[in-house]
Design a protein around this ligand. Structure first.
Ligand SMILES: Nc1ncnc2c1ncn2[C@@H]1O[C@H](COP(=O)(O)OP(=O)(O)OP(=O)(O)O)[C@@H](O)[C@H]1O
Ligand SMILES: [Mg+2]
Length: 223
């Protein structure tokens, strides 16, 4: 049986002006190592991402992708090594770094009883956006991910793929210069997957450096 439920995604919107200063970040990952007890989750990884580049991190389950992303954005302290984003050290200046990056975590991180607008309002406040900015940005990003019409429904009503899109909307709320996405296409249908890649390309074209992780070789090669 085929169930068809067309979604208006991606919407026909203009640029959403990312980032605020129109300047993508450059990123250097310097020999990151993470050991959990005896497990060496990340064994010394180094790479550079140029300004405005889309960088795919490819690997099977347990390869250390999430651990790497979590160290790169300051959620997890590395055993050794560091990441430099726009000249800022993640280990030494985590608060400054958080202002210029956006993160889409692997697990959905939303308040499920609240609506999209309420979630965006909450995270906007954490990012330090003014009330006016929060309102304007929430509308812009909801249009961008194609869920503006359903903005007042609780997240509980949304499918997994829709929840992922709201997670993306939250990550781009404060116009980051560098966006990190942990498996943005996991559990997403092929049509929406294409749309997510279109979105990623649009964000790049508007001046954002992007890192994403995937299990699929063809996804890593696509961008
Ligand atoms: N908090 C933790 N405590 C102990 N071990 C951990 C912890 N987090 C991750 N690991 C281990 O580190 C290794 C890498 O895990 P990680 O989540 O980074 O992989 P991944 O590449 O993101 O995998 P997946 O594709 O399944 O998301 C795994 O062996 C995992 O068990
Ligand atoms: Mg992972």
């Amino acid at each position: 049986m085929i169930v068809e439920q067309p979604l208006s995604y991606p919407p026909k919107t203009g640029p959403i002006h990312l980032p605020k200063d129109g300047r993508p970040a450059d990123v250097q990952v310097l020999n990151l190592v993470k050991t959990f007890d005896k497990i060496e989750a990340v064994k010394g990884i180094s790479f550079n991402i140029s300004k405005g580049e889309i960088f795919g991190l490819l690997g099977p389950n347990g390869a250390g992708k999430s651990t790497t992303i979590n160290m790169m954005c300051g959620y997890l302290e590395p055993t050794s090594g560091d990441t430099i984003i726009d000249g800022l050290s993640v280990t030494r200046e985590p608060m400054k770094v958080k202002r210029i990056i956006g993160v889409v975590p692997q697990e959905i991180a939303l308040y499920k009883d609240l609506s999209s607008v309420e979630n965006l309002e909450f995270f906007g406040e954490i990012y330090g956006l003014s009330r006016q900015e929060r309102r304007t940005r929430a509308e812009e990003v909801l249009h961008f991910v194609g869920l503006y019409d359903r903005r007042k429904e609780p997240i509980n009503n949304f499918s997994g793929g829709m929840q992922r899109r709201i997670n993306m909307a939250i990550a781009m709320l404060h116009r980051p210069n560098f966006l990190l996405m942990d498996e943005p296409t996991a559990g997403v249908d092929p049509q929406s997957r294409e749309n997510i890649f279109d979105t990623i390309e649009q964000l790049r074209d508007q001046g954002t450096t992007i890192l994403y992780t995937t299990h699929y070789m063809e996804e890593a090669e696509r961008l």
